[in-house]
Each structure stands twice: as structure tokens, then as C-alpha cells.
Design a protein around this ligand. Sequence first.
Ligand code: NDP
Ligand code: 8X3
Length: 253
Amino acid sequence: MSSKKIVLITGATSGIGEATAKLLANNNFKLILCGRRKDRLDVLKEKLSKVTDVTTLSFDVRDKAAVCKAITSLGKDWKNIDVLLNNAGNAHGLDPIQSGNTDDWDAMMDINVKGLLYVSREILPGMVERKSGHVINIGSIAGKEVYPNGNVYSASKFAVDALTKGMRLDLNAYGIKVTAIHPGLVETEFSLVRFKGDADRADTIYKGIQPLEGNDIADIILFALTRPAHVVVADLVVFPTAQASATIVNRKS
Ligand code: NDP
Ligand code: 8X3
């Protein structure tokens, strides 16, 4: 029987999730890669299957029935998920609260909060039954501090922070580890999504600094996953060195 742990990664098709998939593949983990873009999942699976066992599930985390169907469809070799990385999420828009786009609000609350809940609800009972597991939730500095026009994105990430704390309390009796990682500025597709494909505007977010990369967060996830059984990384904020808070960033012009 394989001794590799099984990790389910949501949002594996780009950015932090994709970088983590690549790193964990090379560090003795089996991977269940999730995302909506099936073409990207297929490419990643083909590549990473050369080094580990990989399966993919394509679903939208907003769709409760699809989440349930996808996770229930896993064969017996994949059912006992050891690690859940709740990473799928995005910001949509950057507008003052009085003029925010309500579709953007729905997307952020439905994906970042309810999607995380739907996926967790499918996977946690198995961890509880087996009395083992590790949940890693990707929060954000926006879940610790609010910044101008970050209103609803921040609310969604404050919710992730609260849910992480709730999970830690409720799962404590079962020996399940719960970790939150809260990054500052990471250059991924995040800003491109936030600004609806406006690449010039997305570039301004990372201008004049060396931002974090997906790999930097993947390293921290691997660190959290490889601590001894009695150690849990509970709550971790990580910035690029040029960043001091959600709003203080030392840019070289
Ligand atoms: P990316 O845009 O590069 O990746 C987002 C991932 O989420 C993609 O794989 C995407 O896959 C998936 N996703 C988005 N919406 C859905 C959906 N409805 N259903 C299923 N999957 C979905 O951004 P990041 O890698 O930066 O973001 C990953 C996490 O990190 C997010 O939770 C984000 O909030 C958080 N974060 C990012 C920071 C940054 O500066 N980049 C800083 C702090 C936190 P697909 O489109 O294929 O479905
Ligand atoms: C992403 C970081 O500062 O753009 O969560 O909100 S920030």
C-alpha cells in the first residue's frame, strides 16, 4: 500500500494552487487537482503523473450539487483524503461599497466563503471518522485588515479567518490539524481576475516591488504539511519584504 498522503487542492489550475500541486508532487504526495478549467487540469495531470499519482475533478465550488457529485465520484484509492487545501478563490472588482457591483459581491461570497464550506462539508466527515487529517485554508491579509475598496473581498476573507478558527475548535477532538495562511501581494492571475482581464491595471498592483510568487506560498504549505504530528502551524501571515500592511507598500518608482 502506498504511504503517500492524499491532498485535494481546490484552485489548482493557476497561481498558488498550481505551484503547490507541482511542489507537493515532488514531495511524496498524491494529488486530487480541482478547478473549473478542465483543459488546464488535463495538462497538469499529464505533467505531474510522471512523478506521482494524480486525479482531477472539474467543478465550480459555487455549485453545491456539483461539489458533492465530484467528491463522491472518487474511487476507493482516492477517498481517504489526508489534506484539504481550500485555495480556490478570487477578488472580483475593487469598488467603493456604495457603487459595488452586486454580481461581484455574489461571486466573492459564493466562491470564497460558501464554496470553501461546500468542499469542506464533503471531506471533513471522513477525516473525523478516521481521526486524522489536515485542513489548510488560504485566507489573505485582506482577512486581517480592511483596505479602501476592498470591502466585500475583505468580508469574504474575514469569514475564511472565522471559519478556520471554528474548524480548529470543532475538529480539535479528532486530532485534525487546521492551518490558515494569509498572504499579502502574490503575483498570480488574481489581479487579472479582479480587474476582469485588464492586464495593464493588474500589472500596476505589482509595479515597483518584488511580489511573492505562487512558489513562495507553496513552500510554506509544504512546511506546514511536514511538521511532526504534534505540531500545527495555526495562523500565518506572509508578505513580500516590500509590504508592511494591506496598504503600506514600499514601491521603487
Ligand atoms: P488565481 O486567480 O491565479 O487562482 C485562483 C484559482 O481559484 C484558480 O485555480 C481558479 O480555477 C480557482 N477558482 C476560482 N473561482 C472558482 C470557482 N468558482 N470554482 C472552482 N475554482 C475556482 O489566484 P491565486 O492563486 O492568487 O488565488 C488563490 C487563493 O489565494 C485565493 O483564495 C485568493 O483569494 C488567495 N490570495 C491571493 C493573494 C494574491 O495576492 N494573489 C493574496 C492573498 C490571498 P478555475 O478558474 O479553473 O476554476
Ligand atoms: C489578496 C491580497 O491585498 O490584494 O488577497 O487583497 S490583496
